[in-house]
Design a protein around this ligand. Sequence first.
Ligand SMILES: [Zn+2]
Length: 140
Amino acid sequence: MEEDICPNGGFCTTNCPRRMDGSCALTRTKLLIYTVVVDVLAKRVYSENYMNALVFVSGPERGRAKVAVSCGRDGCHNYLYMSELQYVDFSRSFFKKYRKIAIPCCSKTCQDTLLTRLKDEIDFSDPRFNPDACIPTSTD
Ligand SMILES: [Zn+2]
């Protein structure tokens, strides 16, 4: 029963005895998805953790439902796993519905780093963030 948790099929929670004792392969699916959210309308960047939707997929179906997504922090080459539907939510539906972009990260550390970077980089006073502005452009 315990074995079922470890080899990629399970979820990484604080309840897992292998999480702290070093025997964790670190390839398990994280229960929470650490994301950095860019809210274009509210003009703010913040971190938010989402429940991994794979938790709602039955064990046998999980392999087919999951996709590997590379960590959103530039310079990190780790992958995280989520359901294909959740990936579509993050990459497209959030923007379409709420004008938010959710960038998933592999860890809390990457989430914090990316949050700091984006807070520095994104200039919400840029008129292109103004949804009411209609800026004529010459080429596009
Ligand atoms: Zn990362």
